[in-house]
Design a protein around this ligand. Structure first.
Ligand code: GLY
Length: 396
């Protein structure tokens, strides 16, 4: 049973009438700038992957490790859809083979982010090109993700070994974005275990990660032996009781993705509630501070959260009836935020930087990716441009 979660009345974005013009005027240029940057990066990166974030403006290159490599593959799939240029598709398909080797060798796969990793690489290839090979890799990854499910606590553990005392029984709000891989695996195989774990996890996330005021904890510990809830805290936010902006953005989009697979309308209501909390705490240009508790200060922005939220909002409006009074307001917010990203955050060709979207914060406390471009910010920005340019079929 879900606790009572507040439904804040939604504020309107500032100057929403001119945003429509601003978006129209910036969209084409933004798409061209993105494609030019991705062509150049593809030539420079070869078969390596960009690291999680830029360092002093530029992505270090890595092998296929960590949780973010598929955001590069996902950008290549989007660029191929956007431009029809075969070079993007060929590179993405080479990377899919790298994801195949990674899951076969279980190399750096001890993470719930198998969802991000295999959805944007292999499920995308299956959806776009009907690749049986990619389908098989993604199904192996879904099996590995299912191994992280604690049946008693009914959650998927985010990080680390399942019996690591620091991490055991810990779920995080970001994981709502990893669940599509599990739902998809059940659709593909007819085996209900994947979807049933995803449903249980998303319900536990709604119960424990979402607070009564519709803000979210970044992380929450469950007792994996008794299944009892323990406590929430933060890993990347300002404080345990603050609201980390990216977590809230993951929640807007992630709860909605569960609705798409399950048809559970409670997930749409939840997406709206967390969206209202997020949108009501934005500065003038609509691009959030890195923690929503820092509203009204000069704290750094996290443009990646804005890009994620734009994608979530543009998906949300597709599932609301036209009679919903907030539908047009969500659309206006998405327009406002995306036009600000185009105008003020998209890297210019002569900037000393090879990412797309400037001014993200990965983890301030550990001084990682602070005020840099990041790979997921770049991915969700390109997804937002695709969504704003016409209909787009989800990889999720
Ligand atoms: N999922 C990790 C992050 O959003 O930083």
């Amino acid at each position: 049973m879900l606790h009572q979660i507040a439904f804040e009345p939604l504020n309107h974005p500032p100057a929403s009438a001119s945003d429509i013009v601003r978006l129209r005027d910036t969209l084409g240029q933004a798409r061209e700038a993105v494609l030019a940057r991705l062509r150049a990066n593809l030539a420079a990166f070869g078969d390596k992957f960009p690291a999680e974030t830029c360092v002093n403006g530029y992505y270090p290159l890595t092998e296929n490790v960590e949780w973010t490599t598929s955001f590069w593959t996902g950008q290549l799939w989007l660029a191929w859809e956007m431009s029809g240029e075969e070079a993007f598709r060929e590179a993405a398909r080479r990377q899919v083979r790298s994801f195949g080797l990674r899951i076969a060798g279980r190399h750096d796969t001890n993470t719930h982010d198998l969802g991000f990793l295999y959805t944007l690489s292999c499920v995308a290839d299956w959806r776009l090109n009907a690749s049986r090979e990619a389908r098989g890799f993604a199904l192996q990854a879904a099996e590995a993700l299912l191994e992280r499910y604690h049946p008693k606590a009914q959650i998927i553990q985010a990080w680390g070994d399942l019996d690591d005392p620091e991490q055991a029984g810990r779920m995080i709000i970001d994981c709502t974005m990893n669940l599509p891989l599990l739902y998809w695996a059940s659709e593909q195989t007819g085996d209900p275990r994947f979807a049933s774990a995803a449903r249980a996890h998303v319900n536990q996330s709604a119960r424990f990660l979402v607070r009564p005021d519709a803000s979210t904890y970044h992380t929450y510990y469950m007792d994996r032996l008794t299944g009892e809830p323990r406590f929430g805290n933060t890993q990347q936010g300002y404080a345990d009781d603050s609201c980390w902006s990216r977590g809230q953005a993951w929640a807007i989009y992630g709860f909605l993705l569960s609705f798409i697979y399950t048809g559970d309308k409670e997930m749409v209501r939840l997406s709206k509630k967390v969206a209202n909390y997020f949108l009501n705490r934005l500065p003038e240009d609509g691009v959030c501070h890195w923690d929503l508790a820092l509203q009204g200060t000069d704290a750094l922005r996290d443009s990646s959260s804005a890009a994620i939220a734009v994608c979530g909002l543009l998906e949300l409006v597709k599932h609301l009836p036209v009679s919903d009074p907030d539908r047009a307001v969500y659309q206006a917010w998405a327009t406002h935020m995306l036009s600000s990203l185009n105008q003020y955050y998209l890297a210019k060709p002569d900037d000393a930087c090879n990412g797309l979207l400037k001014h993200s914060v990965y983890h301030l406390a550990s001084d990682k990716g602070v005020d840099e471009c990041c790979s997921w910010g770049d991915y969700f920005y390109v997804e937002a441009l695709m969504r704003a340019s016409g209909s787009w079929k989800l990889y999720w």
